[in-house]
Design a protein around this ligand. Structure first.
Ligand code: GDP
Ligand code: IMO
Ligand code: MG
Length: 429
């Protein structure tokens, strides 16, 4: 396979199985890169029955000798970062080389406190249902130019000076606006200095590294977190996350030039899920939703919350495929649909009595959209050991073809189970 730069993104509301797809592609990848988001992500990899959930580290960490990069666009919670490394080390699985950008912003304890306080302030009916990982407040500080970056943790004097100024402002906000306790400088500074020391071996010029890797014809994979419909610009605002989760975020979040990207891989789950608040036209609060949650194990990898489930929303998927310019689709969790007599797919919406196939990013409009379904026949054969497309039951093959036709992109990999081996490769890697 030609060496190349791939961007992999989620096409729905997250948890499509991006971690697994990155992992199955891993043997042919040289450099794995996270470019946005932070520890709000939960990317599950299962190898030989053993489960690992990555929050901050790229999902390629299990591959010996490979380079894993945390780009400048990521917001890093140092404690979580160090914890994940330690967990891998304890299992003897810290096999990759890991480099983190000095320009990545740091999620500080006050960001997490603010995240929760702001959610409480929004209250019922307005809350977003965040992961509570401090992501929004950290990105706010980044754009307000009052954030701390990884480089700031490396110089004790500078850190003290900056933190003194920052805490003066934060403490006013925490106490006067949210009735929270003020934070003492030392309580924040002492651990931050320790984080800085622990991070030193990992900090490096990631932009330079990536440009060199591309020059040397390496296969670079940019691993998106969250997903297109949670994108700060193109998602269902305000029920989104605070970063550019679509493929475009991969460029600003790493320094990889737009012109260098060869493929955009859209990861699509065979049905729909969403965690947190916000419109979801195909949400099923009855039997089908329950079936999908149970069969698919749809509980948050980061927060443990039950995921909202429903039929595949093709209007939304088509929007994502187009927005990201996806060349190929990685279809996941096809096995979860096994046993259903019929499978429905939302191909259009009823919007105030008119049929539309247009996905409108506005939450106000999407709230009013009612799904219009087409019904396909289901299959009952166990597909979890299928290794080729031809060995899938014909009705499962037809479901895949249907998705390809309506999404306008070929399905190049199919997930038939959570394990690395339970994958049908149709030329993705
Ligand atoms: P991510 O955030 O996109 O990486 O996805 P998550 O890891 O949060 O959620 C996907 C869940 O589905 C995880 O528990 C995976 O182990 C599991 N999974 C991934 N692909 C498949 C598949 O093809 N079949 C089944 N049954 N489970 C899968
Ligand atoms: P992965 O990478 C699913 C959702 C939260 C909430 C909204 C904003 O595993 O697919 P935030 O904490 O980011 O400010 O929360 O976004 N959310 C996710 N949903 N998968 C994720 O990540 C998510 N990361 C954030 O539930 O609705
Ligand atoms: Mg997840």
């Amino acid at each position: 396979m030609k060496n190349r730069v791939d961007v992999l993104i989620g096409a729905q509301w997250g948890d499509e199985g991006k971690g697994k797809v990155v992992d199955v592609m891993g043997a042919n990848v040289d450099v794995f890169v996270r470019y946005q988001g932070g520890a709000n992500a939960g990317h599950t990899v299962i190898v030989g029955g053993e489960k690992i959930v990555f929050h901050l580290l790229p999902s390629g960490m299990l591959y010996p000798g490979k380079l894993c990069v945390i780009g400048n666009g990521v917001v890093v919670e140092p404690e979580q970062f160090l914890k994940e490394i330690e967990e891998l080390r304890e299992r003897g699985q810290d096999r990759a080389r890991l480099v983190i950008s000095p320009s990545a912003h740091v999620v500080m304890p006050y960001h997490k406190i603010l995240d929760k306080a702001q959610e409480a302030f929004r209250g019922k009916g307005h809350m977003i249902g965040t992961t509570g990982r401090g992501i929004g407040p950290c990105y706010v500080d980044k754009y307000a130019r009052s954030g701390l970056r990884v480089e700031d943790l490396l110089d004790g004097d500078r850190l003290r000076e900056k933190l003194t100024m920052i805490l003066e402002e934060k403490n006013r906000i925490l106490t006067k606006l949210y009735n929270e306790k003020p934070l003492a400088l030392d309580e924040i500074l002492a651990p931050a200095l320790e984080w800085g020391k622990a991070l030193v071996p990992y900090v490096g010029d990631t932009v330079e590294l990536l440009h060199e890797a591309i020059k040397d014809d390496k296969h670079v994979l940019l691993e998106g977190a969250q997903a297109t419909l949670l994108d700060i610009d193109h998602g269902t605002y305000p029920y989104v996350t605070s970063s550019s989760t679509s493929a475009a975020g991969g460029f600003t979040g790493t320094g990889v030039p737009v012109s260098r990207v060869d493929r955009v891989i859209a990861v699509v789950k065979a049905y729909a899920t969403r965690v947190g608040e916000g419109p979801m036209p195909t949400e099923d609060k009855g039997e089908i939703g329950e079936f999908l949650r149970k069969q698919g194990g749809e509980f948050g990898a980061t927060t443990g919350r039950p995921r909202r489930c429903g039929w595949l929303d093709m209007v939304a998927v088509r929007y994502s495929v187009r927005l990201n310019g996806s060349d190929v689709i990685a279809l996941t969790k096809l096995d979860v649909l096994t046993g259903l007599d019929e499978i429905k797919v939302c191909t259009a919406y009823d919007l105030n009595g008119a049929k539309t196939t247009h996905f409108n990013g506005s939450s106000y409009v999407l709230e009013e959209c009612r799904p219009i379904y087409e019904t396909l026949p289901g299959w009952s054969e166990d597909i979890s050991n299928c290794t080729t497309f031809e060995s899938l039951p014909e009705k499962a093959q037809n479901y895949v073809r249907y998705i390809e036709k309506h999404a306008g992109a070929p399905v190049k990999v199919i997930g038939v189970g959570a394990d690395r081996n339970q994958t049908i490769n149709r030329g993705l890697y």
